[in-house]
Design a protein around this ligand. Structure first.
Ligand SMILES: *[C@@H]1O[C@H](CO)[C@@H](O)[C@H](O)[C@H]1NC(C)=O
Ligand SMILES: *[C@@H]1O[C@H](CO)[C@@H](O)[C@H](O)[C@H]1NC(C)=O
Ligand SMILES: *[C@@H]1O[C@H](CO)[C@@H](O)[C@H](O)[C@H]1NC(C)=O
Length: 311
């Protein structure tokens, strides 16, 4: 009922794709067949702006929690209740709420961002949202809770109305509107450095996914490791500034029938909880006639993006 923690999306991919999906971690965000003529150059796309390497130098300023309330009576209004960043004090906007409404000071340590309201008054009624923003990781999460106030203890209750939790609370009592997210991302102590990595794998036809060959590992630190002679011979190529642009596309020149198979690009940003895979089945067709008058035929069969979880 609270912030949905990232769950690997169910992979709706047919046949061979599905096999390789189950064997490794990561959400398949793209799966395509690409057919190119022998002798041509393939560029297998793999982009993600979220992989761009910008160190979280400001650390704590990049995260913020804020609670807002929407009231429908006496008239419609939206109000910021409070906000807080790690290392900063919480800001309570309405002076009447100072000392009465708060989030635990340990919020960014233990992931408990719940809003505590003491001595509930009638005008506390409204729909509250707990919003967590991680600017560096471009992750935004929010949940809603409705607060109603009653004068009769008999009417106190909490329930789920199909969209959000509704709390009916006794006038003058205290209430905790829950907002808990224990993902390490929202808490302290995680080192971002060295936790961003991209790699490409190649699986020739008839080879099991777990026997795929690693082609190259790319680290945000600038380190690269390529395996076999293909990169040294410039047969394969990934841009030097991949992490600056978030572009990890693999170029393969002078295609030969032996190049056919499944290529997969894996992007991992552990700090931000990003783990994505893109899979391409490369098919090498007959070479083009000597004086080509038409552009190479590219057949791409796209699978719709699987529903992505809330990050
Ligand atoms: C979160 O903090 C509130 C206020 O301190 C507390 O009442 C509640 O039990 C905590 N929730 C969890 C899940 O720790
Ligand atoms: C809570 O308040 C809303 C809006 O004022 C109202 O529509 C709803 O019936 C109330 N629910 C309860 C259980 O009091
Ligand atoms: C790609 O081609 C294979 C056969 O080579 C086929 O089974 C599969 O369905 C195709 N995938 C897509 C996404 O069209």
């Amino acid at each position: 009922m609270f912030l949905s923690v990232s769950v690997l999306a169910v992979l709706l991919v047919p046949g061979a794709w599905a096999q390789s999906s189950s064997s490794r971690v990561g959400v398949v965000v793209e799966a395509k067949n690409i057919t190119l003529p022998e002798g041509s150059k393939a560029v297998l796309p793999c982009h993600s702006p979220r992989m761009v390497w910008t160190q979280d130098r400001l650390k704590d300023r990049q995260r913020v929690v804020h609670w807002d309330v929407v009231r429908s009576s006496p008239e419609y209004s939206v109000e910021r209740v409070l906000d807080m960043s790690p290392g900063g004090r919480q800001r309570v906007y309405n002076s009447f709420n100072k000392g009465r409404v708060a989030v635990p000071d340990s919020a960014f340590t233990d992931g408990n961002f719940s809003l505590v309201i003491n001595n509930v008054i009638t005008t506390d009624r409204g729909v509250y949202t707990c919003n967590l923003h991680h600017h560096y990781c471009q992750i935004h999460q929010s949940i809603q809770i409705q607060l109603n106030v009653t004068k009769s203890a008999r009417k106190e209750r909490r329930y789920w109305d199909g969209e959000k939790t509704v709390f009916v609370v006794l006038l003058g009592s205290s209430v905790v509107l829950p907002c808990v997210n224990r993902r390490p991302l929202w808490r302290e102590g995680l080192q971002e450095d060295q936790q961003q990595v991209a790699h490409w794998d190649f699986q020739p036809p008839g080879v099991r996914p777990d026997r795929a060959d690693r082609l190259v590992d790319l680290y945000a630190s600038g380190e690269r490791r390529d395996y076999g002679p293909l990169f040294a011979r410039r047969k394969m190529y990934v841009e030097e500034d991949a992490f600056t642009l978030g572009d990890f596309s693999l170029s393969i020149s002078d295609l030969k029938p032996v190049d056919k198979g499944l290529y997969s690009c894996h992007l991992h940003h552990h700090y931000c909880g990003l783990s994505e895979r893109r899979i391409f089945r490369l098919i090498v067709g007959p070479p083009l006639p000597p004086a080509p008058t038409t552009a190479p035929e590219i057949s791409e069969n796209e699978i719709p993006e699987p529903s992505r979880s809330l990050h």
